[in-house]
Each structure stands twice: as structure tokens, then as C-alpha cells.
Design a protein around this ligand. Structure first.
Ligand SMILES: Cc1ncc(COP(=O)(O)O)c(C=O)c1O
Length: 474
């Protein structure tokens, strides 16, 4: 076996307990009866076609639409990414060429701007001071340019499981007398069914809703769904957009896993067991750590908190940088989180987690809290505070992301980039909010952030190392 295969089996043998995607957590039970090698087929007689389904794929999509409460559901085999992109390509009322998007949107939304040529009107998320993360959105404080946008695109819930009051946005559309489509990236909330979770965006009345079904449900990585209701977005254009973007050789493994994921999504008992254990976790370690919880509802634009995302801040409480805590949990307990930054760790549950997984996490956190007494310090806490990522005021947008993408570009030293139109989108991860989007003019604040950000703290931009940046030739 080559390096890739060896790397994967080496990782698998370490037997980490997964608090990250995919939601099936490597548990065979979700795939019982599926002969993976035998059903890795192509579009053969009787097997239907993803791009014009009328047989078994059409039936499976129809059942999923019923389960999730949509009028129509499209299976996606290029991830949730392609769902965000297709949403923008499908828009018809493009007179103004503009679309409302959250500045903290996933990068697939930024790529959808490049593909569609639409220009963004940003709404700014609210940064939570404890976590230094964009956890909420205060709809009443935003100026939504209803007259000039072809659609409003929002993320519900955030990566961290918090959601803003989507209802308020939908009500505002009615109150203002507009018919603007509301497109929802519910990538992290495919499991919003049943009494334990916030209402799904479909239930609230959104027009298009994206699920990254592999993140929290049992679908295989890269499988997702795009749900539709109403007639504000043309279904024909949506189908055509998906045909344009998706592979002509859809994987039946992914499609079959989507069908199964819908069926398992109705097994609420699985989540009930996890919910009880998560409540016990909060009781046991909630005093040692700052954990995002239901108590945060109603603050900083947060309307709901999904208990199945466990977000822990390690600066407040124990005063230890998060990477040190992650090392402790990985090496001592085999716990693998979804992500971390300098001060937060996110543990993401999926339908495949078990009560035992959460008890392990609880034990790990109890032990970490004790261990932290020996290494936590006010100095470490201060260091984390000083290194915090800060969101700069919005730079001026000179070119659309699409025009900037296709423009002639050259690379220059980062320190000389003030005033230039930037030719790349820089979204250090985490939190993944663009510091600057291609087509915007470099400002002092953004340049200051980028010049001081280095030290390998953030991923997602080569320029931290090379100290160069692509700019648009004018
Ligand atoms: C909010 C959000 N939307 C969309 C996506 C894209 O989904 P996928 O990874 O399935 O392509 C992600 C991926 O992390 C995401 O976090």
C-alpha cells in the first residue's frame, strides 16, 4: 500500500474516539447489508440517473423530502459545497447582481460568488466576547437591502451549533413586502428533526435549505442534500445548475448512504441517550470550564444552542491554551475533537456517537481540569488574549469576486500591499471568516492583522509563511 493508504490505516489503528465529522463515526451498523464493492456501480439499466431521475434515485429523493419536510430534495455527491454554489447559480432575478451574505459564511459561499458573478452585500455576525467567535447575528441591527438583492443567504446553525433568529428574518421579508428567496446553509444541522433540536429552516419557511448530511448524520463523507419548497427559486434552474457542477459519474455508495441517513435520522432514541450524557457532562465539568450552553441563548445574537456541539473555552476557567489541552486529551484519552483554535475546542457529536464516547469525554475533561491546575497561569491566559484574531472593519469592494478571480494578478511582498486590490480571499481558519475577499482594497487594519498573525497559528493561507500576497494588476 502507498503512503496515502498507509497513512489512513495508521490513523485508524490508533483508535481515536471521534468528536468530528463524519457523523457515522466509523460504525458499521449504519451500512449493514450494503456490499460496498458490489454496489460501486455506474448508471446502468434499472439504476436511474442522478441528473434526470425517474426510478430508484427519484424514489429515494422523494422519501428524503418527506422525512425532512421538503417539497423536493436533490441528492448531492460533491458535498454541501456544491449546494451553496447551485443556490446562487439558480437565481433568476439577477437584475441588481447582488446577494446578501453573512461575512462569516463558509468558503463555498465565497466560491459561489465567483461562479455566479453576484456581488455580496455583507451582514456582520456578532462576535461573542468569551469565545471570540461569530456565534450570533442580530437581525434587527442589520440593514438588509431588500430592494437590491436577488436573495438572502444565511448560515443556520453556525459551525458551533448556535443559530440566530431565522424566524425574524423571514418575518421581516413579509413585513417589508418582498418576495426575496431566503437560502439557508444548514450544513451543520442536518439532524434538526424531532423534539431535541431547534426547528429546521424548512419548518420555519426558508426556500432552499442545504444539509451536509455527512457531518452529523450517517451519510458517507461528501454526501449532502439540497431541499426545496415553494416557487421563489426555479427548480429547473436548480437542476441545471447541479448538472453543471456535479460529477457525471455519481457514486452509488454516496447515494445509498444518503437514503440510509434519512431513515436513521428518524431514530430519535439515539440522540436521546446522547442528550442525557451531555447534560451529565455539563453538570460534572461545567464549573471548571466555560462551555457554551442553553444559558447563552438570548445573548450576542444567539437564538438557539445545539447541545450536540460541545464548545469549550480553555482561556476562561483553566487558563490553558487550547492546543495544549487538545494534546492532553488526544494523548491521554484518545479523544479527537472537530477543531480548535488558541482558546476554544469544538467536540462535534454525530448520530454514530455512543453514551460511552461522551462518558470518555467527561472523564477526559475532569482529568484535564485537575491537570490544568499544574500548568494554567494568568500569563498563559494573557498570551491567548494578546494573540486573539480580530475582525477588521469591512474593506472597500472595488471588483466583484468573479472579476477579481479572472483578473491579471501578481505576487508582491505582503508589507507593500496597502491600497492594492487583493486577488485572493484570505480566511484564516479557525474561525474561517474572510479577513479580506478577492476584489477588496487592502486596508491598514487588515494588513496589520495579517502581518502579526504568523507563527503558524492559523491555517488556510500560504502568505503567512511566504509573506507575499496576490494583487490584481490595474
Ligand atoms: C457552514 C458550512 N457550509 C457548507 C460547508 C461545505 O460542506 P461540505 O464540506 O459538505 O462540502 C461547510 C463545510 O465545512 C460548512 O461548514
Amino acid at each position: 500500500m502507498g503512503d496515502l493508504g498507509e497513512g489512513l490505516s495508521h490513523y485508524q489503528k490508533q483508535g481515536f474516539c471521534s468528536f468530528h465529522t463524519p457523523g457515522h463515526k466509523g460504525r458499521q451498523e449504519f451500512f449493514n447489508g450494503l456490499d460496498f464493492w458490489g454496489i460501486d456501480l455506474t448508471e446502468l439499466p434499472g439504476l436511474d440517473m442522478l441528473h434526470s431521475p425517474s426510478g430508484i434515485i427519484a424514489e429515494a429523493q422523494k422519501r428524503s423530502a418527506e422525512i425532512f419536510g421538503a417539497e423536493e430534495t436533490f441528492f448531492l455527491i460533491n458535498g454541501g459545497t456544491v449546494g451553496n454554489q447551485a443556490m446562487f447559480l439558480a437565481l433568476e432575478n439577477r437584475a441588481a447582481q447582488r446577494v446578501m451574505v453573512e461575512r462569516s459564511s463558509h468558503r463555498s459561499v465565497m466560491s459561489a460568488l465567483v461562479l455566479s458573478g453576484l456581488k455580496p452585500d455583507y451582514v456582520m455576525p456578532t462576535i461573542h466576547p468569551d469565545f471570540n467567535l461569530p456565534l450570533g447575528l442580530e437581525v434587527d441591527k442589520q440593514r438588509i437591502p431588500w430592494q437590491t438583492v436577488s436573495a438572502c443567504h444565511v448560515t443556520y446553525p453556525s459551525y458551533y451549533g448556535t443559530a440566530f433568529e431565522l424566524n425574524q428574518l423571514l418575518a421581516e421579508r413579509t413585513r417589508m413586502g418582498f418576495d426575496t428567496p431566503i437560502l439557508v446553509d444548514q450544513a451543520h444541522g442536518s439532524h434538526y428533526l424531532g423534539p431535541l433540536f431547534p426547528p429546521s429552516a424548512l419548518k420555519l419557511g426558508a426556500d432552499l435549505v442545504l444539509h451536509s448530511s455527512h457531518k452529523t448524520l450517517s451519510a458517507l463523507t461528501q454526501s449532502a442534500m439540497l431541499h426545496v419548497q415553494g416557487s421563489r427559486v426555479s427548480r429547473l434552474r436548480l437542476r441545471q445548475s447541479l448538472e453543471l457542477l456535479q460529477s457525471s459519474s455519481p457514486s452509488y455508495l454516496l447515494l445509498a448512504s444518503l437514503e440510509r441517513a434519512g431513515e436513521y435520522a428518524l431514530d430519535f432514541g439515539r440522540w436521546e441517550c446522547l442528550h442525557e450524557e451531555v447534560e451529565a457532562l455539563h453538570r460534572k465539568v461545567g464549573k471548571s470550564f466555560r462551555i457554551l450552553s442553553q444559558k447563552d441563548v438570548g445573548t450576542y445574537g444567539i437564538h438557539t444552542v445545539d447541545w450536540s456541539k460541545i464548545l469549550i473555552n480553555t482561556r476562561i476557567g483553566i487558563g490553558v491554551p487550547a492546543p495544549r489541552c487538545v494534546k492532553y486529551l488526544r494523548e491521554g484519552f484518545g479523544i479527537e475533537p472537530e477543531l480548535w483554535d488558541e482558546e476554544n475546542i469544538l467536540f462535534m457529536l454525530g448520530i454514530g456517537n455512543t453514551s460511552e464516547d461522551i462518558r470518555l469525554l467527561t472523564r477526559g475533561l475532569e482529568s484535564l481540569a485537575n491537570f490544568a491546575h499544574t500548568i494554567g497561569s494568568a500569563k498563559a491566559k494573557k498570551q491567548v488574549e494578546n494573540g486573539r484574531f480580530r475582525i477588521s472593519p469591512l474593506p472597500q469592494q472595488v471588483l466583484s469576486p468573479r472579476d477579481a478571480f479572472f483578473a491579471h494578478k501578481r505576487q508582491i511582498p505582503l508589507k507593500e500591499s496597502l491600497g492594492h486590490i487583493v486577488g485572493e480571499t484570505i480566511s484564516p481558519y479557525p474561525p474561517g471568516i474572510p479577513v479580506i475577499v478577492m476584489g477588496e482594497q487592502m486596508t491598514c487594519e487588515v494588513l496589520g492583522t495579517l502581518l502579526t498573525a504568523g507563527e503558524g497559528r492559523w491555517q488556510g493561507w500560504d502568505g503567512f509563511e511566504s509573506q507575499t500576497i496576490w494583487i490584481v494588476e490595474v
